[in-house]
Design a protein around this ligand. Sequence first.
Ligand code: IMP
Ligand code: MG
Length: 175
Amino acid sequence: MTMSHNLRELISAERIAARVAELGAQIRADHPDQTITVVAVLKGSFLFLADLVRAIPGDVRIEFLGVASYHGGTSSSGAVQITQDLRGSIEGHSVVLVEDIVDTGLTMDYLLRTLAVRGPRSVRIASLLDKPSNREIDVPVDYVGFTIPDEFVVGYGLDLGELYRNLPYVAVYVP
Ligand code: IMP
Ligand code: MG
């Protein structure tokens, strides 16, 4: 069963919902009258994606990008690999990359460079969480849900060894 004694709630479901509503409105305000191509970085962003797209009024396309940067542990391997590419072209699109957390910045830096050469109109980054204390590469995170301290977190899509993604809140994992 779930080892709930190892989890300390950091951000409640209610706070997440309120912040996601704000982010959705802000994203639409920054892209008036445009179809927004939301590119979700799998797997960690799936719950954030589901709530965020429902908070963006107007036309939205949804694409998925599979990336592996962590391999089951609690520290980054540094290597980034695309495990599932986009199905369609993003040429001329207004893209919002949706990520669960920006930690070292290596993943987002790699994805920004990879998508930029495909000729999008714009690429902005929305991340549920930002852990700036661990940054190795400066990346512009346009929309941040919550800035958190340098702790390993799980829940609301984020995992430890594929577990805890289904928690409706974000928790610090206490080993
Ligand atoms: P970065 O390339 O170091 O910025 O790492 C980004 C990826 O590392 C995220 O998309 C997550 O999959 C993973 N990650 C970083 N910090 C955490 C954490 O605290 N909990 C769960 N996953 C994390
Ligand atoms: Mg991720």
